[in-house]
Design a protein. Structure first.
Length: 202
């Protein structure tokens, strides 16, 4: 049995295409079994078993593969709104190694040539939609989900205090970055909305 046989690698694949790190690529090579979404498998590991984003199903496969190193391909960064959070407590008798990546936070801020360390983050991935309270002195990044309408969680009056950007498929084919003008807009997959304070731009 090799030293790696009981390891689980949570492999952050970054945002978009080409943002995966060398460390992540090296981890992929060491795994006897790879699990991941179809999009990630197609880009980085054609041999991977394509699985839905379901922590319980992934944990069952990992726990049944006791003598083989396993890797999970994760979009963005494993430490930010990732399947890894639910998965870690379900895995038994394995050393877990997390490989960091370039996530949507860094990617969106880079595309806008702004800093992200002062931003607040709001996730609408699974929660209900409600208009949040925004402080004009802060900037925000909102993680959305397919089918949400921007006008349902943002009021056009916010344009007085913020530059508001809609960003889709960052660093991927079909990337779209455009200012929001208050008109109806339906979010697609991989859409984030960024509010940059006009009072205190980064």
């Amino acid at each position: 049995m090799s030293a790696d046989s009981k390891k689980l690698y949570l492999i952050s694949c970054g945002t978009g295409e080409g943002n995966i790190t060398l460390r992540a690529l090296e981890a992929i090579k060491t795994c006897g079994i790879l699990l991941g979404a179809e999009r990630l498998a197609a880009q980085y590991a054609p041999q991977a078993v394509v699985t839905p984003a379901d922590a319980l199903k992934a944990a069952d496969i990992i726990n049944d593969s006791r003598e083989i190193s396993v890797g999970i391909l994760l979009s963005g960064d494993a430490g930010f709104h990732s399947l890894a959070t639910k998965l870690r407590p379900m895995v038994k008798n394995r050393e877990i190694i997390t490989i960091p990546g370039v996530g949507v936070v860094q990617s969106a801020a880079a595309r806008l040539n702004t800093a992200w360390q002062g931003m607040d983050f709001i996730s609408l991935h699974a929660s209900g939609v409600a208009q949040a309270e925004f402080a004009p002195s802060r900037s925000y990044m909102i993680l959305t989900r397919k089918g949400l309408k921007v006008e349902e969680f943002l009021d056009s009056a916010l344009l007085n205090d913020y530059e508001i950007w809609i960003m889709e498929k960052l660093y991927s084919e079909g990337e779209r970055i455009c200012p929001w003008d208050g008109e109806p807009f339906e979010c697609r997959d991989l859409t984030v909305v960024v509010l940059v304070s006009k009072q205190y731009p980064a």
